[in-house]
Design a protein around this ligand. Structure first.
Ligand SMILES: Cc1cc2nc3c(=O)[nH]c(=O)nc-3n(C[C@H](O)[C@H](O)[C@H](O)COP(=O)(O)OP(=O)(O)OC[C@H]3O[C@@H](n4cnc5c(N)ncnc54)[C@H](O)[C@@H]3O)c2cc1C
Length: 289
């Protein structure tokens, strides 16, 4: 069985910055395993500006930032198309196009990031038509496939990622009907409601809950509840934003791993994850347990 000193699971900003820093610090036997065909993590499909300042003192789109991270690690052992299916002790069970195999590692780092909560765990009633997705899925359609899944969606949630959903919609001329927030105020820090309404022309409906989604093939309307009253709103899509949960299924067997980036703690920006990757690399190189 192949043995490496360090295996990093996840080739996003955290994993790639850690691999690069370990290399700069002279740690040789480091492998990054990334399940997608291209490394770079979530920024690969965030086509709007907002990346690169903390790491490279540039203002880039997500794909540009991801491309730079790949360039920074081009000479390193980053294996794409490699999905880690499980961890037992110091052994990782891995799948790639050729099949299943194992790799042993003296140290395993989990840098698998986080994902938005999709529809199912949010207990929204009604039908199951097309046009219901998270911001991440929307970005995949818009920026990677250049496909417009709807024209007048409703945005559920008001975290900062909900504003990313607005920017993504604007990229293909999609005009959100409104942004729905169950709480009293917008969750994003700063003047979120003003930005949504004045800058992007998207009304923000606070203290409003999504009850059900209706539609045969495509979404046709939703039922919402506001001030104890229910009403139907016409729209052709629903974007579930935020409510991030760690991508931590690999912790099921309670393996001894180091957690890095967005898979643990508070939700962080790509720059903060990049920085944390470097800091953990420094600790690993010093032999900190
Ligand atoms: C819609 C959206 C918009 C955003 N906009 C911004 C912004 O404007 N500016 C900003 O700074 N940040 C933004 N962010 C946040 C930023 O994307 C994250 O902070 C950053 O990507 C976290 O990096 P990470 O490496 O920890 O995780 P990720 O980027 O999620 O990377 C994790 C990687 O692990 C891989 N992986 C997962 N499981 C496995 C497995 N079992 N085997 C192998 N590989 C695996 C994944 O394929 C992925 O490539 C946005 C996030 C979202 C969702």
């Amino acid at each position: 069985m192949e043995r490496r000193d360090i295996v990093i699971i996840g080739g996003g900003p955290t994993g790639l910055s850690m691999a690069r820093r370990l290399n700069q610090l002279g740690v040789a036997s480091v492998t990054v395993l990334e399940r997608e065909s291209l490394a770079g993590g979530i920024p690969r499909h965030c086509g709007h500006l907002g990346f690169g300042w903390q790491s490279h003192r540039r203002v880039w789109t997500g794909p540009r930032f991801a491309a730079r991270l790949r360039k920074d690690t081009a000479s390193l052992d980053v294996r794409t198309g490699h999905t880690v299916l499980g961890i037992e002790g110091d052994v990782l069970h891995v799948q790639n196009a050729d099949g299943l195999f194992d790799i042993a590692a003296s140290r395993i780092v989990l840098a698998t990031g986080t994902r938005e909560t999709p529809r199912a765990p949010r207990f929204v009633g009604g039908a199951r038509p097309k046009g219901v997705m998270t911001t991440g899925a929307l970005q995949g359609h818009v920026y990677l496939e250049h496909w417009k899944p709807f024209s007048r969606p409703l945005i559920i949630g008001s975290e900062w990622v909900s504003f990313s959903a607005i920017l993504t919609c604007r990229h293909l001329g999609i005009r959100p009907v409104a942004m729905l927030e169950a709480g009293v105020t917008v969750k994003a820090p700063g003047p979120g409601a003003l930005i949504a309404q004045r800058l992007f022309g998207v009304p923000v409906w606070t203290e409003t809950k999504l009850i059900a989604i209706d539609g045969l093939s495509q979404v046709e309307s939703v039922e919402i509840e506001w001030a104890g009253k229910r009403e139907h709103v016409s729209c052709d899509g629903v974007i579930f934003t935020g409510e991030f949960v760690p991508e931590a299924a690999l912790l099921a067997n309670k393996p001894a791993v180091t957690l890095a980036g967005n898979v643990h703690g508070e939700l962080k920006t790509s720059g903060q994850c990049w920085q944390e990757g470097r800091e953990i690399a420094g600790m690993i190189a010093k032999g900190t347990p």
